[in-house]
Design a protein around this ligand. Structure first.
Ligand code: C6P
Length: 408
C-alpha cells in the first residue's frame, strides 16, 4: 500500500523551511528530490568500495564493477529491455539524445533525408536533430500541436515520407504533461520505414515503461528526474541498431585494440561509454530504480494522477488564470499563465511563501510560441506531494492575483 508518511520520511529535504514557511516543492519536473537511501547507497560506495570500473583486477574494482553492472540490469528490468547491452549509461537525457543523433545520423542520415520531431519537444529533443540536419543536409519537420496540447496525429500521413529517417518524440511533455500515443506513433513511423526515439525524461518517473511493448528504437531518460542522482542517464537502443552505429566519443574502455594504424571498438554497451563513467552515480540510479520498484509504478501513477487532477480542477476554477493544454492523458505537470502578471514575478512571490514552481520558457521555446506566450508558470508533482500542498499553492496564487493582476 502507498504509505505517504513513510515516503516523506525518506526525503529529509521536505522538512526544510523556506523564508519561514514549510517547503512546498512543486518543481519535480526540473529535478525530483532524492531519498536518503539513494544518497546513503552512493556514500557507502564512496566510503567502502570506490574504485574505477572495468579496469582493475583488484577486489575493490571488482566490487564496484559488479555494482555498476547490477545497476545496468536494474535499468534493463525497469524499462523491460531485452538485453543489458542495450542500456548505455550517459550523463542524462540530453547526452542520450545527442549520442543517438550523432551516431545514428553518422550511419544512416544522408542529404535530402528528413527527421520528424513534434511541436511540444524540449530543446534537448530538437537541437541535436537540427544540428544533425545541418551536418548532413537533411530537413527537420514538425508534427503540430492542437490547442488542447495534443499531437495532430492526422498530419502523420503527410509528414511521414519515404525520406523520413527518424521520428523523435517526447513520451510526456515537460510543459503540458500530455502523454503522447507513442505506440501508435512507433507503428506509423515503422510502417513508413523510419526509426523512433522516445524522450522519456518526463515519463519514466510517472508510469510503467516497456520498451519492447512500445517497440521504439531508442528511449532516453535522466536519473535526477526519477529520485536518482544528477549526472547520470540512460540511452536504450535496440541491439541490432546500436551494433550498426559508430562510437560517438573515443577514449578508454570503448576500444578492443588500439594501434596508431587502426583501432577496433569494444562490444555493446561499452562502445558508447568512453572514459571513466559516473559509476557512483550509476549505482545511485540502480538504488533509485529499486526504490521506485519497491513502491510500484502503478501505485505511483495512481497517487500522482489523484494529485494532478485535484490541482487541475482547482486551478481551472481560479479566476484570472489560464491553463495551457487539456489532454485527457497527462503526467502530473500543469502549466498556466496569469494574464497581466509576469511568470517571474509570480514565481518570486510564491517563493517568498515557500512554494517552489518553475517559471520561464521551460526549454521549449517553440511551444511557448505555439501558445502565444514567452513564458509560463509550471507546477509538477511527485508522489511525495500532498493535497494540503495544493491548498497552499492555491492560496499563494490567490495572493499573486490579488497583488499583481491588473484586472483584480
Ligand atoms: N527538463 C524541466 O524543467 P536533462 O537536463 O538532460 O536531464 O533532461 C533534458 C530534458 C529532455 N527532455 C525533456 C522532456 C525534459 O523535460 C528535459 C529536462 C527540465 O522541464 C529541465 S529544462
Amino acid at each position: 500500500m502507498f504509505n505517504l508518511d513513510r515516503i516523506r520520511e525518506e526525503f529529509p529535504i521536505l522538512k526544510e523551511r523556506v523564508h519561514g514557511h514549510p517547503l512546498v516543492y512543486l518543481d519535480n519536473g526540473a529535478t525530483t528530490q532524492r531519498p536518503a537511501r539513494v544518497i546513503n547507497k552512493m556514500n557507502d560506495a564512496y566510503l567502502r568500495y570506490n574504485a574505477n570500473v572495468h579496469r582493475g583486477v583488484h577486489h575493490l574494482s571488482n566490487l564496484c564493477t559488479d555494482a555498476n553492472e547490477r545497476a545496468r540490469q536494474r535499468a534493463r528490468d525497469f524499462i523491460n529491455a531485452q538485453r543489458a547491452e542495450e542500456i548505455i549509461f550517459t550523463r542524462g537525457t540530453t547526452e542520450s539524445i545527442n549520442l543517438a543523433a550523432y551516431s545514428y545520423g553518422e550511419a544512416f542520415v544522408r542529404p535530402g533525408d528528413e527527421i520528424l520531431v513534434t511541436g511540444m519537444e524540449h530543446h534537448a529533443n530538437i537541437v541535436p536533430w537540427q544540428m544533425l540536419c545541418e551536418r548532413k543536409g537533411a530537413t527537420l519537420k514538425v508534427i503540430p500541436v492542437s490547442d488542447s496540447g495534443e499531437l495532430l496525429v492526422e498530419e502523420l500521413p503527410r509528414l511521414l515520407t519515404p525520406a523520413t529517417r527518424l521520428l523523435a518524440v517526447a513520451h510526456a511533455s515537460n510543459v503540458l504533461g500530455t502523454i503522447n500515443p507513442v505506440r501508435q506513433l512507433v507503428d506509423a513511423a515503422h510502417a513508413a520505414g523510419a526509426r523512433v526515439l522516445i524522450d522519456g525524461a518526463q515519463a519514466v518517473q510517472h508510469l510503467p515503461v516497456d520498451v519492447q511493448a512500445l517497440d521504439c528504437d531508442f528511449y532516453a531518460f535522466s536519473a535526477h528526474k526519477m529520485y536518482g542522482p544528477t549526472g547520470v542517464g540512460v540511452l536504450y537502443g535496440k541491439r541490432e541498431l546500436l551494433a550498426d552505429m559508430p562510437p560517438w566519443q573515443g577514449g578508454g574502455e570503448m576500444i578492443k585494440e588500439v594501434s596508431f594504424e587502426r583501432t577496433t571498438y569494444n562490444d555493446l554497451p561499452f562502445k558508447f561509454e568512453a572514459g571513466t563513467p559516473d559509476f557512483i552515480g550509476v549505482i545511485g540510479l540502480g538504488e533509485a530504480i529499486d526504490y521506485l520498484s519497491s513502491i510500484g509504478m502503478s501505485a505511483i501513477a495512481a497517487r500522482e494522477e489523484a494529485l494532478a487532477s485535484r490541482a487541475r480542477e482547482r486551478l481551472r476554477a481560479l479566476p484570472g488564470l489560464v491553463l495551457h493544454g487539456d489532454a485527457p492523458l497527462a503526467s502530473p505537470v500543469i502549466s498556466f499563465s496569469i494574464p497581466g502578471v509576469h511568470p517571474l514575478d509570480a514565481g518570486t512571490l510564491l517563493d517568498r511563501l515557500g512554494i517552489a514552481v518553475r517559471t520561464g520558457q521551460m526549454c521549449a521555446e517553440p511551444l511557448m510560441h505555439r501558445y502565444g506566450v514567452t513564458s509560463m508558470i509550471r507546477v509538477s508533482f511527485a508522489m511525495y506531494n500532498t493535497f494540503e500542498e495544493i491548498d497552499i499553492l492555491l492560496d499563494g496564487l490567490q495572493r499573486v492575483i490579488a497583488l499583481l493582476s491588473p484586472s483584480r
